[in-house]
Ligand binder design. Structure first.
Ligand code: G3P
Length: 225
């Protein structure tokens, strides 16, 4: 992913499953093209291959299971998301927590496959722990602010700066993202000022009355003007 970046996580919101997800991907692609902003998307798994094939945007999976391909009914091995066209993956989202041992394996698999891992952390302590696995990115997201109207950058800016510092101490190569309640260009700008390389967001775009307008505004936060 090109930095700084806005990652739009579609989650499993009904607004973006199936055809509507394709339409949101189109919107993201248009905004990226019009503004030059780096926008990556994490669509729902069943739509991943179609979206990765149709649009020129970095596509991430929302999760995968650190298992080898084979007799694994109902599981999603890394090869499945790779073959679908994902260039990265979210892992350990607060809505899809993983055991540390599984997460370790998943990050290792990503490293071997050249898939960028964005590992989420709910707290500073967890950010430190997951940084020791050396993913490309750590995303700090306090669960109590997820889906709300107050951005982490306003409600708890110190969590962002502390996460940046804590992760940097472990591995200065890791980029820190933040998320939860990010909804405006000011929120994005503040996230960058606090030392992050971008934001991870969902409802600010997925649930917006006009997702195109909302994302255009957010994208402006990546630039100085
Ligand atoms: O993965 C992004 C997310 O958890 C933040 O969600 O709706 O607060 O932007 P939201």
């Amino acid at each position: 992913m090109r930095l700084p970046v806005i990652i739009v996580n579609f989650k499993a919101y009904p607004e973006v499953l199936g055809h509507a997800g394709i339409e949101l991907a189109r919107t993201c692609s248009k905004v990226a093209e019009a503004t030059g902003a780096s926008i990556a998307i994490a669509p729902a798994m069943p739509d991943l291959a179609k979206i990765a094939g149709d649009f020129n945007l970095p596509v991430l999976s929302q999760h995968f299971d650190p298992v080898l391909p084979g007799s694994k009914t109902g599981w999603t091995p890394l090869m499945a998301v790779e073959e679908a066209g994902a260039v990265g993956t979210l892992l350990n989202h607060s809505e899809r927590k993983m055991r540390l041992s599984d997460l370790k394996l998943a990050v290792q698999m990503c490293g071997e496959a050249g898939i960028e891992a964005v590992v989420c952390a709910d707290t500073i302590d967890e950010a430190k722990k997951v940084a020791r696995l050396h993913p490309e990115y750590v995303a700090i997201e306090p669960p109590d602010l997820i889906g709300g109207d107050i951005s982490i950058t306003t409600a708890k800016p110190e969590i962002v700066t502390d996460a940046v510092e804590a992760v940097r101490k472990v591995d200065s190569e890791i980029g820190v993202l933040c998320g939860a309640g990010v909804k405006s260009r000011e929120d994005v700008r503040k996230a960058l000022e606090l030392g992050t390389v971008g934001v991870l967001l969902a409802s600010g775009v997925v649930k917006a009355h006009d997702p195109h307008k909302a994302l255009l505004d957010l994208a402006k936060g990546l630039t100085r003007s």
